[in-house]
Write a protein of this length. Structure first.
Length: 533
């Protein structure tokens, strides 16, 4: 049997556990107040002292005076003679909760009063109140619940006690039997009773007694309990048959099923062996879990989780896979291949869980290494990328066409000035124009493709390593800045892909007549233009 940990705080009560224990003054006053062997003046002065002290002490006295039980009339008389009025309580909800703790935790107070205070505490704070009461009352003194339930009080406390694996099984069985005989709403069987009937360490005779008690009170509600007992090979065969006999008076179909099942159940010896093996396995699992919960193991798991998240971030933007075929796809003018490469890049840069991964990483590193990290922003939208992203617009391409076209025609002019014309000047202009425009189209496609390559390389060789490096160094502000820059790069990559596609289908050309030429060349150009019309 284990022990239950005392809660540090109770619901709607901010008083810590150490201050919910009565001090010597309060223990003395409550003990004297409830001691019917003392003269009335001692008891009256104790009540007045609690009232003067106020707060939780007054609340404790108020509960004692008003609690049901054989002491009620005498305490009501003491209250009237003391002229301490409790008609208008001047203590808070929290103070009353602590007052209940004082009464339950004062050893000199009659046991019945302490039990009433413990039950009130459970109703007030539910499972936390039960844990508090278990710490205030003697661990092995909870058999009183078996007497309280038939009297109609402490029923919920009894439910929690029966479900408490840290409590003594024999006492739980006694209280469970009282619960089984207690009236419940039709169709309702407490889970704690079902678990107790199915408990492998409970004697099958006790399990049968619990199920039979429910069967006497509400036959249909006992079907599941009787079936559980009749189908358990750990139960004695005689008790299983008694459960089946009870079932026959309630549900003949279920009884027939259970009777037929008996021949397929393993022997009691085999079942006990299986149960022992399962118990050993559970104990090994429990020991392994305890080992995993040691501070050293927690640190190792925490560091492992941090490393796992970092490795995941690194692999996301690895050059080994992210856009690694982009160069080939551009060279082959493979639209689908380039589109998939850009989609992969955008998927990494815009991943919805990137921000949450950085937040989780920061929280874990704060737990492991302390608070020496940058603060977590309220929203990822607050972070603006400060990384310089390669840019290329259509206007840049048009300017590039203008510059390259002008440069090509000026080189041709220098060649004509140095070597003269070929035999047919108009044919030479045609050939030169075709050559210049073809070179321009190739150069423009090359420039748009190079821009896509730059974006991919910038992400995998600069931006993403910067992000993961900052995360490794616990500089999360810088890491979030890189993440924001990655999102900007994704926007640029989509625009760059559309621009590259356009260069593969659109012919960029340069009109040499937009340049200024010497008169002799200008006349030839005009003749060439007229011939082309």
């Amino acid at each position: 049997m284990g022990s239950m940990e005392r809660p540090e705080l109770l619901p709607d009560c901010e008083v810590p556990a150490r201050r919910r224990q009565p001090d010597d003054f309060i223990e003395t006053c409550l003990t004297r107040l409830t001691d019917d062997s003392l003269a009335d003046n001692w008891r009256i002065s104790s009540l007045q002292a609690c009232s003067i002290r106020g707060g939780s002490a007054r609340a404790a006295a108020s509960f004692v005076v008003g609690a049901d039980g054989p002491w009620r009339n005498a305490l009501q008389r003491i209250a009237r003679e003391s002229r301490v009025g409790f008609e208008r309580p001047d203590f808070t909800y929290s103070e009353y909760t602590v007052g209940l703790c004082y009464v339950a935790g004062t050893k000199g107070v009659p046991a019945g009063l302490r039990y009433r205070a413990a039950d009130a505490l459970v109703h007030r704070a539910d499972e936390a109140g039960y844990a508090e009461a278990r710490c205030l009352l003697p661990k092995n003194g909870w058999g009183w619940l078996a007497e309280a339930v038939p009297e109609g009080w402490a029923v919920w406390t009894a439910h929690l006690f029966v479900a408490d694996e840290t409590a003594a099984l024999t006492t739980r069985l006694k209280v469970g039997l009282a619960l089984a005989e207690h009236d419940h709403p039709a169709g309702y069987v407490p889970d704690s009773l079902e678990r107790l009937v199915a408990h492998p360490q409970t004697l099958s005779a006790d399990r049968l007694a619990l199920a039979a008690a429910v069967a006497r009170r509400a036959p249909m509600d006992s079907v599941a309990l009787l079936r559980s007992l009749a189908s358990d090979p750990l139960a004695q065969a005689g008790h299983r048959m008694q459960a089946i006999n009870l079932l026959e008076g309630i549900d003949l179909v279920e009884a027939a099923k259970m009777r037929a099942l008996q021949t397929r159940l393993p022997s009691g010896r085999t079942a006990r062996g299986q149960h022992r093996e399962a118990a050993k396995h559970a104990e090994r699992e429990s020991a392994a879990r305890r080992d995993r919960e040691t501070p050293e193991a927690m640190v190792v798991r925490l560091e492992s989780t941090i490393e796992e998240i970092l490795d995941g971030l690194i692999s996301r933007g690895s050059a080994d896979w992210l856009g690694d075929q982009l160069d080939n796809h551009i060279a082959e003018t493979d639209w689908e291949g380039v589109a998939q490469d850009i989609a992969d890049i955008c998927g990494v840069a815009r991943a919805e869980n990137l921000s949450s991964s950085l937040d989780l990483l920061e929280v874990l590193t704060r737990i492991r290494y302390g608070d020496d990290t940058s603060p977590i922003p309220h929203s990822g939208l607050e972070v603006v990328g400060d990384e310089e992203i390669p840019r290329l617009a259509r206007e840049d391409l048009e300017e590039y066409v203008q510059q390259e076209g002008e440069r090509a025609w000026r080189r041709w002019q220098d060649l004509v000035g140095k070597h003269g014309w070929n035999e047919d000047r108009l044919e030479e202009l045609d050939d030169t124009s075709i050559e210049v425009n073809q070179n321009l189209a190739g150069a423009v496609r090359q420039k748009a493709g190079d821009h896509l390559r730059k974006l991919q390389q910038h992400l995998v060789w600069e931006l993403w390593p910067g992000l993961t490096s900052a995360a490794s160094e616990r500089d999360y502000a810088r890491a979030r800045g890189h993440a924001a820059s990655a999102r900007l790069l994704a926007d640029e990559a989509e625009r760059a892909e559309a621009l590259w596609r356009e260069t593969t289908v659109h012919s960029f050309s340069f009109d040499p007549l937009t340049l200024s030429w010497p008169r002799d060349l200008w006349l030839v150009f005009e003749e060439w233009q007229s011939a082309r019309r």
